[in-house]
Design a protein around this ligand. Structure first.
Ligand code: NAP
Length: 308
């Protein structure tokens, strides 16, 4: 097993990365870097430079920080000759993602920009089903309760935190994976709570060669949470639900696993092992480009203040 270091021991590290690494045949969690968090039995650092100096035997660093502070740490790790895995979104800006990619390629290192939702159970089946059909309409409905999923996370409301696009980019990572033709943003309306910097809801329209493609993202949704993509084609309608975990064609459900999201992070770490073995870069920035363009083109509408 190859030693790996994990930086940013917060919600997603504890919920997904630590268990996925523990269950992996490829990786041994050898160090953490976090100002407040740690993992029992694992050497803990509070500073990445200290870890890089003390542990030259660790060739890979996985970064679970929010996007804004991530670039500086990713660059330090690459410059120290380490392979790097990035949580989504891969950075705060596209330019810094390009800079990381150039550095990784110059040094023959792996850079893995992860999109965990692409590894939900039914995404490959949806891609295969759509591949031979002409898309007529695609609509994303991503409605969840921010208080439930991001309690106390101030960074999501700050510049670079993306607001509702933090989960919304997961939908866009699936759409860009399963739809063969490229799409781009043509218009957007961004609802921004007074006193906040990022949208709590967004409506986005996209150009596609044959289909009307639209998305609605909303963080004020209590009760049943909705992570749905509907795709109408010339030969039937596909529905992906629960963030890619369940699929139906013309209302008939495809067989799937009971806990169909459980495989996402194990698959990301298996892919990391393949990429590191090949010293390959996987840096697909299409989902982030769509969000950046929605933020550039979007009409801002002020809505009621949001309190955590
Ligand atoms: P989080 O718990 O708020 O933050 C993760 C950790 O990053 C924190 O515990 C903190 O650790 C460190 N950190 C935060 N701000 C920092 C700063 N300015 N400088 C250095 N370290 C900082 O966030 P999260 O929910 O785990 O999300 C992290 C990333 O994972 C985001 O990009 C998010 O989109 C993605 N993600 C989240 C989820 C989810 O359900 N939450 C799901 C999938 C992906 P220390 O204070 O201990 O250093």
């Amino acid at each position: 097993m190859t030693p790996i270091a994990l930086m940013g021991i917060g919600k997603i590290a504890v919920d997904q990365h630590v268990p996925a690494i523990a269950a992996s045949p490829d990786w041994d969690l050898a160090a953490t870097i976090s100002r407040n968090g740690s993992v029992p039995g694992v050497e803990a650092f509070t500073d990445i430079e200290a870890m890089l100096d003390a542990r030259p035997d660790i060739p890979v660093v996985s970064l679970c920080l929010p996007p804004v502070p991530r670039f500086a740490h990713a660059m330090r790790a690459l410059r120290a000759g380490r392979h790097v895995m990035l949580e989504k979104p891969p950075g705060a800006t596209l330019a810094e993602c390009h800079a990381l990619e150039a550095t990784a390629r110059e040094r023959d290192l792996t850079l893995h920009a992860t999109w965990h939702s692409r590894h939900a159970d039914m995404v490959p089946a949806a891609k295969a089903w759509l591949a031979h059909r002409t898309l007529r309409r695609l609509h994303v409905t991503w409605k969840e309760d921010v208080r439930r999923w991001h309690p106390g996370q101030a960074w999501i409301w700050e510049p670079g935190g993306m607001g509702v696009f933090d989960p919304g980019i997961n939908a866009l990572s699936i759409v860009t994976e399963i739809v063969a033709d490229p799409i781009h943003v043509t218009s957007a309306v961004l609802e921004v709570p007074e006193g906040r910097q990022t949208p709590i809801a967004a409506d986005v329209a996209f150009h596609h060669p044959t289909a009307a493609v639209t998305a609605v993202f909303d963080w004020r949704h209590e009760g049943d949470q909705t992570w749905r993509i509907e795709a109408e084609t010339d030969d039937g309608t596909l529905t992906l639900d629960d963030g890619g975990a369940r699929m139906a064609v013309d209302g008939t459900a495809a067989a799937g696993e009971a806990d169909a999201l459980a495989g996402e992070y194990p698959r990301l770490y298996a892919r990391l092992a393949d990429l590191v073995a090949a010293k390959a870069v996987d840096m697909d920035l299409r989902p982030m480009t769509l969000v950046a363009d929605a933020m550039t083109l979007g009409r801002r509408v002020a809505v009621a203040p949001f309190e955590d």
